[in-house]
Design a protein around this ligand. Structure first.
Ligand code: GUN
Length: 720
């Protein structure tokens, strides 16, 4: 019979030599990412939880973590090993993996935490790195200076400076080994920023954010959030970020949503020793429990009473197992949420289950509303922009509306910005009709009425009220506006006039007349329109011609080209004269053809987007006026209205492959336009401005600059 200790899960194979130390992004959702760290002891898939293993006290055997929980990496402490003669000898002789009997990735800490707990440590900066190299760790940690939240600014500053001073000697001693470069700075936001910027300049493989254990112990989650937001935007995107000492699963969703890749946890064992159970929404005492708050494989078949009756060792063991079960399960849930594009929604859900987390999450939501004032507010506004710029506006699936804050999900904000910056009204916009009261699809509810109005006048702008903003009729099937999963109550109330005016002003409309029309009351709304615009013939028996339908379809084409290809609507207006539309059996536009028959694009039913053809890409390419971009400039979240699709200039080595339709990989991008954003349609050009392909951008501008592995542009068509 095999046991957990005997290794029924095979040992990992080393990653390819040329990839060792690299961090590859496999999938992202805003700032959240699923990645892979390549090591000699196999890949470490992120986000990951590295259980803390004390070589002297093992609550759960590392081999069991590998076999039973499938844990790919753990963290132990080189200072403890160094200090104990017997451990040190064995580690030097057999290596750290043998010492703790674990085949996966071993990360080692340096003794900094011990200096925080016990005062100074006697080991030297280079000495602890050399020791870690000698015992064969996969990722070492330099001896940083722990900056406590209660330190004076001067002390924190010294800690940051000393840590930076030690960076280069540590890396020299590491001689190619992967090293953690911790970010310090206490609760001094500018020093966090300085620490991140300075540490980034050195060749570290991973950046842990340090000095946060007391902040977490005191449940000061708003400050924890500020620590993350003052550090992370200043770190290179090709290096994983580790929250040092963070192992409570209730913090995972929010931290992952902001881009944290690694956690480490002694919490599973520490809480177990204290007779406490972890859950994704907090911690529960065993004492007084009649039923489990959450059952896990480790707890099945037992009752709290039975566990209370166990001897100390068995009780601690079963609670530690449960705590690890819960942590791994929450991490898995987060990974799936990143895959599904719902990590922010999960963070929102979890924030509703704990007051301190709620405070942090609500503050995060105020960022979208504050205007720049003090230096501090300016900092958080920039951090907010940093979150937004990684978000994809156009995607499938709707918005599950679960709270007030659902309206502020970053990708929803980005979708609104895209609409506000790129949509242009086709009329003067003096008269505005706003339909409200029902969820979509609105074409089935008032589509024929709108067509009749549109065919008779272009002087009225028609929009629909949605819980996340007003939507121009020409984009009535646009995701996420048209795909909100929420209570019908969200649509019931008449929108406030002030809110409508603000929304319209965001779309550059300052109408003289705004009419609000309840879709639940068709005859009344007809009467109201006729009263206001007596010249209009609105009754069903007024015949609709093909030309009436075409008017709307052209408007839709212009609006989509403006939003998704960033094409100037005045160009589209001219170019679409005489165009034709191919329809689906249900009468929706399938293909858009220019007047000479060239098929340029197809509207996407799934998300209200637009798919360009290769011919369409060449057609749009001919309108470009901007010069070839020369760098990776990334200023503000500016969609640079109507300058065309952003260009991605690639290395000549990659050109023949892209022409054949192959993707562009990181490392081959030489420059990009400043309005490039992940998920957007872009054009790939060579250094002579020749279009060689078109597709979807997979990364932020900084990501394009920093990453050296993975797909940068998913090519739809190569162009020869
Ligand atoms: N473990 C928890 N916090 C820290 C930190 O700030 N530095 C190091 N090296 N280890 C830690």
């Amino acid at each position: 019979m095999t046991t957990h200790l005997e290794g029924h899960r095979p040992a990992p194979e080393s990653c390819r030599e040329q990839d060792i130390g690299r961090f590859e992004i496999l999938h992202s959702d805003g700032r959240a990412r699923l990645g892979k760290i390549h090591t000699r002891h196999g890949p470490l898939h992120t986000p990951a939880l590295l259980p803390v293993v004390n070589p002297n006290i093992r609550t759960i055997e590392p081999r069991e973590m590998w076999n039973r929980w499938g844990i790919e990496g753990l963290i132990t402490n080189s200072y403890i090993i160094w200090k104990h003669e017997e451990l040190s000898q064995k580690a030097k002789q057999d290596g750290v993996h043998q010492l703790i009997n674990y085949p996966g990735v071993v990360v080692c800490d340096s003794g900094t935490f011990q200096s925080y707990i016990y005062g100074d440590v006697e080991v030297k900066v280079e000495e602890i790195i050399r020791f870690q190299k000698e015992i064969g760790v996969d990722v070492a940690t330099m001896l940083d200076v722990f900056t406590r939240p209660d330190m004076s600014r001067e002390e924190v500053k010294k800690g940051v400076e000393l840590t930076v001073e030690r960076a280069q000697p540590s890396l020299l001693a590491a001689d190619g080994m992967m090293v953690n470069g911790p970010i310090q700075g206490g609760l001094e936001w500018d020093l966090r920023e300085l620490s991140a910027t300075s540490m980034s300049e050195h060749g570290f493989s991973i950046h842990p954010i340090g000095g946060i254990v007391p902040v977490m112990e005191q449940q000061r989650y708003l400050e924890l959030l500020k620590v993350m937001l003052s550090s992370m935007p200043h770190l290179p995107q090709n290096r994983p970020v580790h929250l040092f000492g963070c192992g409570h699963p209730m913090l995972f969703p929010m931290a992952i949503a902001l881009g944290v890749d690694l956690f480490d946890s002694a919490a599973y064992a520490l809480f177990a020793r204290d007779d406490r159970l972890l859950t994704p929404w907090g911690t529960v005492k065993l004492e007084g429990l009649e039923h489990w708050p959450l059952t896990t494989p480790s707890l099945f078949g037992t009752t709290p009473e039975q566990v209370r009756a166990m001897d100390d060792g068995s009780r601690c063991r079963i609670l530690a197992e449960h705590n690890l079960d819960v942590s791994i399960a929450e991490l898995d849930r987060c990974r799936q949420a990143v895959t599904d594009g719902t990590i922010w929604e999960l963070a929102e859900t979890r924030s509703q289950q704990h007051p301190a987390l709620r405070e942090a999450f609500l503050w995060l939501n105020t960022l979208s509303k504050s205007s720049e004032k003090t230096d501090d507010e300016n900092r958080w506004n920039k951090a907010h922009e940093w979150i937004l710029e990684a978000n994809v506006a156009q995607r499938g699936g709707g918005v599950r509306f679960i709270s007030h804050e659902s309206n502020n999900r970053p990708w929803v904000e980005v979708a609104r910005k895209l609409l506000h910056q790129r949509w242009k009204a086709s009329s003067e916009g003096n008269n505005v009709l706003i339909f409200y009261g029902r969820s979509g699809p609105w074409r089935e509810k008032v589509g024929s009425l709108v067509r009749r109005i549109r065919a008779q006048t272009s002087d009225i702008e028609i929009l629909v009220h949605t819980p996340i903003g007003l939507l121009p009729w020409a984009l009535e099937d646009l995701n996420p506006f048209a795909h909100i999963q929420g209570s019908s109550m969200l649509y019931r109330e008449e929108p406030k006039l002030e809110w409508c005016k603000r929304e319209l002003s965001n779309m550059n409309l300052e109408p003289e007349k705004i009419m609000l029309l309840d879709m639940n009351n068709k005859s009344e709304l007809m009467d109201a329109i006729i009263l206001e615009f007596p010249e209009l013939q609105l009754h069903e028996d007024h015949e609709q011609s093909d030309e009436d339908i075409r008017t709307i379809e052209i408007e839709q084409g212009i609006a989509r080209l403006a939003l998704f290809a960033n094409l100037d609507p005045s160009i589209a207006v001219q170019e679409l004269v005489g165009c034709t539309f191919i329809h689906t059996r249900t009468g929706r536009v399938k293909n858009i053809l220019l007047n000479d028959g060239r098929h340029i694009a197809s509207p996407r039913m799934r998300d209200g987007g637009l798919s360009m053809t290769a011919i369409g890409a060449e057609w749009i390419h001919s309108f470009r006026k901007e010069p070839l971009p020369e760098e990776f400039e990334n200023e503000v979240l500016e969609m640079n209205t109507h300058k065309g699709p952003p260009w991605v200039v690639i290395d000549s080595d990659a050109v023949p492959f892209v022409k054949e339709g192959r993707n562009v990989f990181h490392g081959f991008v030489k420059a990009v336009d400043s309005w490039l954003r992940p998920g957007t349609y872009c054009h790939v050009v060579d250094e002579d401005c020749q279009l060689v392909g078109h597709g979807t951008c997979m990364s932020t501008i900084n990501g394009m600059k920093d990453h050296n592995k993975g797909v940068a542009i998913k090519i739809r068509n190569g162009i020869k």
